[in-house]
Write a protein that binds this ligand. Structure first.
Ligand code: SF4
Ligand code: SF4
Length: 253
């Protein structure tokens, strides 16, 4: 409506159209900041007016509140992320909010510099949080999927302590070499190819690639129970490559 009505708004904004605010994933927002964008604005239909049965704008609201806390956690000003309800028919409101947001970003200054965080340090912090998005989504799935009666009830929905705890409790996954039977199920199910292994070879997890999704923990057959979830203690080093071969008893004879 803003375009059709020839309304002017900040020229620094770049629009990305999605079908619903619920489509805006937490990782999209973090990726925008990783790419050096100073601010992210999400505009969508008012609560209770979603065109879809999924009511995606409630999911967007919860995601934004969580993301603001995550930004705070890594030292980024949460005002760099803004969510506003303005439907496609509200061109004047959209223009007003975009101009306000553009002005705010100019006041805050460039991302990182304004916060006193070195560019490389900020990128590495953002990448670390982005890597943990699958874990964060699993840990906070109930809140992310909740739909409260009105917007006021979302005040203080996520707390700083809660986010501290979330990061303190990030689990690691480790394959017990004494139990692994090289069935390959975990390797096939890992979404990021973080598991190394072959036929008759004890499998190991590349901790640098692991995104802590827990799929291997769920997938390893209970009769083997080889994947361990580790919290609050260091992960044992992987078994050396030359010791990974499993010699089956029938083949020993
Ligand atoms: S937790 Fe397991 S399945 Fe998930 S990324 Fe890490 S190694 Fe892969
Ligand atoms: S699913 Fe379990 S037993 Fe099979 S390869 Fe993975 S860790 Fe080993």
């Amino acid at each position: 409506m803003a375009g059709v009505s020839r309304l002017q708004y900040t020229t620094e904004a770049r629009l990305i159209r999605v079908m619903c605010t619920g489509r805006v994933d937490l990782s999209f927002v973090l990726r925008a900041f990783s790419n050096g964008i100073d601010g992210v604005f999400i505009g969508g239909c008012h609560l209770g007016e979603c065109n879809y049965v999924t009511a995606g704008n409630y999911s967007a609201l919860s995601m934004v509140l969580l993301c603001k806390r995550l930004l705070e956690h890594i030292g980024v000003n949460p005002e760099r992320l803004r969510l506003e309800w303005c439907s496609s028919g509200e061109g004047i409101l959209f223009t007003k909010v975009m101009n306000e947001f553009g002005k705010k970003m100019k006041e805050l200054g460039p991302l990182g510099k304004a916060e006193g965080i070195d560019e490389d340090e900020l990128r590495s912090k953002l990448e670390e949080v982005t890597k943990l998005v699958p874990y964060i989504k699993i840990a906070k799935r109930e809140k992310l999927g909740s739909r409260l009666e009105n917007e006021e009830e979302y005040d203080g929905f996520y707390t700083s302590d809660e986010i501290e705890e979330l990061f303190r409790e990030v689990p690691s996954y480790y394959i017990d070499p004494e139990k692994c039977q090289a069935c390959g199920i975990c390797l096939r199910r890992c979404p990021v190819e973080a598991i190394l292994g072959d036929k008759n070879q004890i499998h190991v997890i590349d901790q640098g690639k692991c995104i802590k999704c827990g799929t291997c923990f769920e997938a390893c057959p209970p009769r083997f129970g080889a994947v361990r979830q580790i919290s609050g203690e260091p992960v044992p080093p992987p078994i050396p490559e030359e010791e990974r071969m499993i010699v089956r008893k029938s083949k020993e004879k």
